[in-house]
Design a protein around this ligand. Structure first.
Ligand code: SF4
Length: 209
């Protein structure tokens, strides 16, 4: 499977971000319908006070990863099972890679914390359903969705991208939104140190199932 990833960056102060894009009642209702609700430690329901958790952070530094699929990859996914499996594989690889780079960025920005895109996929089977603690709490990061942020609106308003979904074929691109909560905007130079910088296609990879 071949694809490349184009990153875009932006930042917004948390009061404005929360006012514009957070609607916990609305999005928690969607989450409760999700088969993975209460199945991953990174996702709802959350056992802590979300307002207190977010309160220390003044800025959110946003990263949009737009994953462009090549025509051959799209053509190769010619059954519903392949569309699901290949789509999952591609998104999972980019998410893990982006999470890893963001944890490296955290190390350079004091008192920062990264947020991921979608549920944690560090382990094959999350321990949450068995009631055991998270296996990798040092690496696990909560998803933006878990706090009730409107990812469709953020993707459209901030990055001017319409989210596409798998239907009868793989889409031309996927989008992932990650964030770094911090007390200041992160400079492009700093993003660059972890290989995440804006407006260019950075990686081209082949993965095999
Ligand atoms: S690190 Fe493992 S146990 Fe923890 S949330 Fe992620 S998948 Fe679950």
């Amino acid at each position: 499977m071949r694809y490349n990833v184009e990153y875009q960056l932006d930042h917004i102060d948390m009061p404005r971000f929360r006012k514009k894009y957070q609607d916990r009642d609305k999005f928690m209702a969607f989450c409760r319908e999700c088969p993975r609700y209460d199945s991953l430690w990174s996702c709802p329901s959350l056992s802590f006070d979300v307002d207190k958790f977010l309160e220390p952070y003044v800025w959110i530094n946003l990263l949009c990863a737009k994953i462009h699929l090549d025509d051959e990859t799209i053509r190769a996914a010619d059954t519903a099972d392949k569309i699901k499996a290949m789509g999952w594989d591609i998104v999972s690889v980019v998410k893990l890679d982006t999470d890893d780079r963001l944890r490296k960025l955290e190390a350079q920005v004091p008192e920062s914390l990264s947020l991921s895109s979608g549920g944690c996929n560090l382990c094959k089977n999350c321990t949450r359903k068995s009631g055991s603690p998270c296996r990798q709490p040092d690496k696990m990061r909560y998803s933006l969705d878990a706090f009730g942020f409107d990812l469709t609106a953020i993707t459209k308003d901030v990055f001017h991208i319409d989210i596409l979904w798998c239907k009868d074929s793989l889409p031309k691109y996927f989008t992932l939104i990650h964030g770094l909560l911090a007390d200041k905007p992160v400079s492009e130079e700093l993003w660059r140190t972890v290989g995440l910088h804006s407006a260019i296609a950075l990686t081209s990879k082949t993965t095999r199932r």
